[in-house]
Design a protein around this ligand. Structure first.
Ligand SMILES: *Cc1c(COP(=O)(O)O)cnc(C)c1O
Length: 377
């Protein structure tokens, strides 16, 4: 990608072929009857919701999941009437109507929400499919009481106005090395969900995010909900290549200027970096306004001319600076890669995440609207 012609100051290139292949890889790990639900919330983790949804479906995903009603609505317009879309989040009354209009499948765990939903459903002239959520230890959405989950599932199955589609849960520690808590959640989910499925055959059970999906088949049940791995990022925060993951997004900018900085001189706000010796500094027109976080000041690398260059000075909203060294042949106009590959060098989302004390999810999801996404297949 080193030949990328910088037609704009910053561009995120999203390789939809990689999204497709990541889905195929995930599918290959699933038993024949298990469905892959691609999670495309938060604008496809910053990659673009609609484009990634299409690519995931090409790669063998048969369902899509989002967090909000608005996301479901936008996605429905994109993918047509047939593809099941599941809204995983909590919904206000107004959002419920939007989700129903989008013919989305819905997350239910509170009895009062169930009643409101069953009542509203008639207005929309179809039977909404609902997934009853059990909180097996995440401590977020879902009913912690096994009896409450069973009662709600039975009520949904008996109610003409709705359809019981699934019983589900979410793991808190699927990405951690120690499996103790995860196994506990799995056992507790099985105890609650399997009897419900026995009473109501056809109910789909689902629990696994990307990390649990990659761990093994005991977590898969009838469907897995994969987000981060669809985009080729490793849920365990390692280099995902070992797992067969292909990062889909790369972030490109260019060298807007190259300047001589003498020993003791500084670049950027607050003079947080001073040149220890005479050097050349490249100015890149990208900053935290694009989602290249200020916390990476003096703490990351950018590839320019096939070489990793240290970020020096404070990252500002629209610009940042890199140290090109005492001698350089880098010239203004040359491409720079802030995330992804150039030549043999790579800056991985996992590296930036580690430097920021966060997770790779936040690196791509944090790219702002100012960054145009360009797609290649
Ligand atoms: C976001 C989300 C997922 C996807 O998680 P990944 O770790 O990105 O695979 C699955 N389930 C729920 C409930 C989620 O909110």
């Amino acid at each position: 990608m080193s030949g990328h012609d910088p037609f704009q100051r910053v561009t995120a290139i999203v390789d939809l072929g990689a999204v497709e292949r990541n889905c195929r890889m995930l599918r290959s790990r699933l038993a024949a009857g298990t469905e892959l639900c691609a999670v495309v919330k938060a604008d496809g983790y910053g990659h673009g919701m609609g484009e990634c949804a299409d690519a995931a479906l090409r790669g063998g995903a048969t369902r899509l999941a989002v967090a909000t009603a608005t996301e479901a609505f936008e996605l429905r317009e994109r993918v047509g009437a047939e593809v099941p879309i599941f809204v995983m989040g909590a919904l206000t009354g107004a959002e419920l109507d939007v989700a129903l209009q989008a013919r989305a499948e819905l997350n239910v765990w509170r009895a009062d929400f169930f009643d409101a939903l069953a009542e509203r459903a008639g207005m929309f002239g179809f039977r909404p499919r609902i997934h009853v959520k059990y909180d097996s230890g995440m401590g977020r959405l879902g009913d912690r009481e096994p009896y409450g989950v069973a009662r709600l599932a039975d009520a949904a199955a008996d109610d003409e106005r709705v359809e019981l589609a699934g019983v589900w849960t979410h793991f808190a520690t699927a990405d951690e090395e120690d499996e103790g808590y995860l196994r506990g959640q799995l056992e507790s989910f099985r105890e609650v969900a399997l009897p419900i499925q026995q009473r109501h055959p056809g109910t789909v059970l689902h629990a696994a995010n990307s990390a649990a999906t990659l761990r093994g088949p005991e977590f898969h049940f009838g469907m897995v909900r994969c987000g981060i791995a669809v985009y080729g990022l490793d849920p365990f925060g390692r280099d995902g290549e070992g797992a067969g993951l292909e990062p889909a997004l790369s972030l490109h900018t260019y060298v807007a200027d190259v300047k001589r900085i003498h020993a003791g001189e500084s670049v950027g706000y607050g003079r947080s970096w001073r040149a220890p010796a005479d050097t050349w500094v490249g100015v890149l027109p990208i900053g935290y306004g694009d989602g290249y976080r200020r916390g990476l000041s003096n703490a990351a690398e950018v590839v320019v001319g096939g070489v990793r260059r240290p970020v020096v000075g404070t990252i500002s909203m629209d610009n940042m600076t890199v140290d090109l060294g005492a001698e350089t042949d880098v010239e203004p106009g040359q491409p720079a890669v802030a995330l992804g590959d150039q030549g043999d060098e790579r800056v991985a989302a996992e590296l930036l995440a580690e430097r920021l004390g966060t997770i790779n999810y936040e690196i791509t999801t944090g790219l702002t609207r100012r960054v145009p996404r360009a797609y290649r297949t």
